[in-house]
Design a protein around this ligand. Sequence first.
Ligand code: PLP
Length: 230
Amino acid sequence: MVENSGIRERILAVREKIFSSAARAGRDAAEIKLLGVTKTRTVEEMLEAVSLVDAIGENRVQEALSKKERWPSDIKIEWHLIGHLQSNKIRRALSFFDAVDSLDSVALASAVERTAAETERVVSVLIEVNTSGEGSKTGVPPGGFSELVDRIMESPHLELRGLMTIGPLTDDEAQVRGAFAHLREMAGDARRRSGLPLPVLSMGMSSDFEWAIAEGSTMVRIGTSLFGKR
Ligand SMILES: *Cc1c(COP(=O)(O)O)cnc(C)c1O
């Protein structure tokens, strides 16, 4: 290795913070996965991180596919799609992503189910909820949530694993934690509705993952704090 990029040290520092946030919340840090968000990062940067994270997350199908094509076949890691999935990219996305963490509409669920059925695969999915009410955000509005849960339950090729949200873009702790608490409550509703365990609550990014852990996150999605500024 030519020069120390600092990626390893930053990941270990984030792991420490995950551990201490979990301890403060009386939780076991082992139940919290670290998903490294690698949008805009090179394959070389990703390979430095891969043994220290539990999964990687990419926002764009095309960018992720071009990296996947250069990925060494002997290095195993789960690839999660965390950005909005356009209907014309579903087939390509399902050809290599292990999970779609950003399922956000009945129409998308139906389209993913159709493609998954054709290719005879069961796709692991999270429902992305818009808990912050900000117009520009992706995610199903809370009002459309139950219908989406029901649609996924009717879809034999979709395996619902839990929920995902992006916290509101503010440093107001009460507001951010309120959004995360809302997602946790919605997961409880969805468990009762579906009878599924729904173990995954994907919430918390570089700026707010410690609050997310306090509110029950089981998967933090972190880019900047691992790889530096984009
Ligand atoms: C970019 C991104 C992240 C990571 O954000 P950082 O602030 O860089 O940690 C997490 N989740 C989603 C959906 C993202 O698009």
